[in-house]
Design a protein around this ligand. Structure first.
Ligand code: M1P
Length: 269
């Protein structure tokens, strides 16, 4: 998608398929896991943006989505009409920020420290083929916990993922957390390869839909058809809630190629 193309999209009110928006998960849907988007995908998204509104909704923070979807000279916020990082807790509409929310504000310092201390002790007692660094990543809207550590290389990630499939490290840790903090109102989501996300119940990807619904108060557009594309749309996956939400038309995909195939079929691109 050429940088200059961003300026020639019709305004949201003037898109041919006006009441429709397509929302995409990022990892495994627009890009291969943790990798960058292909030129083919960007070109298809650009074509789609001439027809209807487009947005992404990712679990990671905006910096990571910038790495995966944008370039040094192209901000990711110019490539989509709506950018929902951290499930929409950090949100942009037409390149401008919308109201944001934070996990620490919601949970409070004391409970947060109880949670982190428990996780670090639990991980200290785990025996794994490898441990690296950054076991807890504090984000605006959630905390991300990784038993191997977020500094793992791509190879180490793949190794952990395979190990976890057999030994259920993440599943067991999530069960232990649920047991320890039953009254914290938290949801645990195993979305990627090496970690799981912890956030207030209801702050899953459906959180971003309030911004989509609020569009009627901004431009007057009511998005009656909200397509969602995600590769983790199965129960327990981090796309499941928005995929199965009655407000969306959910599409389960098995990678970027599959997403492109579906888009071509649905929108005759
Ligand atoms: O978008 C899916 C997940 O991607 C990453 O997971 P992992 O590092 O385990 O592969 C994380 O950014 C996670 O928060 C996110 O849900």
């Amino acid at each position: 998608m050429a940088a200059e193309a961003a300026s020639v999209y019709p305004s949201l009110e003037n898109r041919p398929v006006k009441g429709t928006i397509c929302l995409f998960d990022v990892d495994g849907t627009l890009t291969p896991a943790r990798r960058t988007v292909s030129p083919e995908m960007l070109s298809l998204l650009s074509q789609l943006r001439h027809k209807c509104a487009i947005g992404f909704v990712g679990g990671s923070d905006l910096a990571k989505q910038q790495e995966q979807l944008g370039t040094a000279s192209i901000p990711v916020t110019s490539l989509f009409d709506f950018c929902f990082a951290e499930n929409g807790l950090t949100a942009y509409r037409m390149g401008k920020p919308l109201s944001s929310n934070s996990f620490i504000q919601w949970l409070g310092e004391e409970k947060y420290q109880n949670l982190v201390d428990f996780c670090l002790k639990y991980i200290a007692n785990l025996k794994l083929p490898k441990k690296r660094g950054t076991f807890v990543e504090f984000r605006n809207g959630m905390v991300n916990i990784s038993p191997i550590g977020r500094n793992a290389s791509v190879e180490e990630r793949n190794e952990f993922e395979a190990y976890d499939k057999v030994h259920n490290i993440r599943r067991d840790m999530v069960e232990a957390l649920k047991k320890e903090f039953p009254d914290y109102g938290l949801t645990y989501s195993i979305g990627g390869q090496i970690s799981f996300d912890v956030f207030p119940t209801g702050w899953d990807k459906t959180y971003c839909l309030q911004h989509v619904e609020n569009e009627k108060n901004i431009s007057g557009i009511e998005y009656k058809t909200i397509h969602f594309f995600g590769d983790k749309s199965f129960p327990g996956g981090n796309d499941y809630e928005i995929f199965s939400d009655p407000r969306t038309v959910g599409h389960a995909v098995n990678g970027p190629e599959d997403t492109m195939k579906l888009l071509k079929e649905i929108f005759q691109l």
